[in-house]
Design a protein around this ligand. Structure first.
Ligand code: HEC
Length: 110
């Protein structure tokens, strides 16, 4: 399983960001991320740009943020203020691999 995730992860780094950045924006829209986030403006949640600037390069950023995207934030993962991110499963069907792709794309935001 780890191997599959690593392979998919490599492929998505190579092919999805940046070549399919528009596709990722569509996915973010479809998964309702954009009702609270925007690429470059803070809304209910922080902008993807600010998230990238804060966590890019940190060792466990990918895994930690995937966890937040799936399960929402609470306690130590409330990083941005009082408002918590609710679990995605409360709104949409979100597969691990989709959360992984979204987080990779977010971390690549310039
Ligand atoms: C109902 C509003 C809402 C929706 C929908 C939403 N988010 Fe969030 N998101 C937030 C808030 C609020 C925060 C800041 C939470 C905090 O400080 O813990 C946040 C934080 C984040 C973070 C940073 C987490 C951290 O630990 O710093 C990421 C990454 C993220 N969202 C991605 C997504 C993705 C991807 C989607 C779509 C699958 C999504 N969000 C949908 C409100 C939302």
């Amino acid at each position: 399983m780890k191997k599959i995730i690593a392979t998919v992860s490599f492929l998505s780094i190579a092919f999805i960001a940046p070549a399919h950045a528009d596709g990722m924006l569509d996915m973010a829209k479809q998964k309702q991320c954009l009702s609270c986030h925007s690429v470059d403006k803070d809304m209910v949640g922080p902008s993807f740009k600010n998230i990238a600037n804060r966590f890019r390069g940190l060792n466990n950023a990918q895994t930690m943020l995937q966890e937040v995207v799936m399960k929402g934030s609470s306690g130590a993962t409330v990083h941005w203020g009082a408002t918590k991110m609710p679990p995605s499963s409360a709104r949409v069907e979100l597969a691990e691999v989709e959360a992984m792709m979204l987080v990779q794309w977010i971390l690549a935001t310039k």
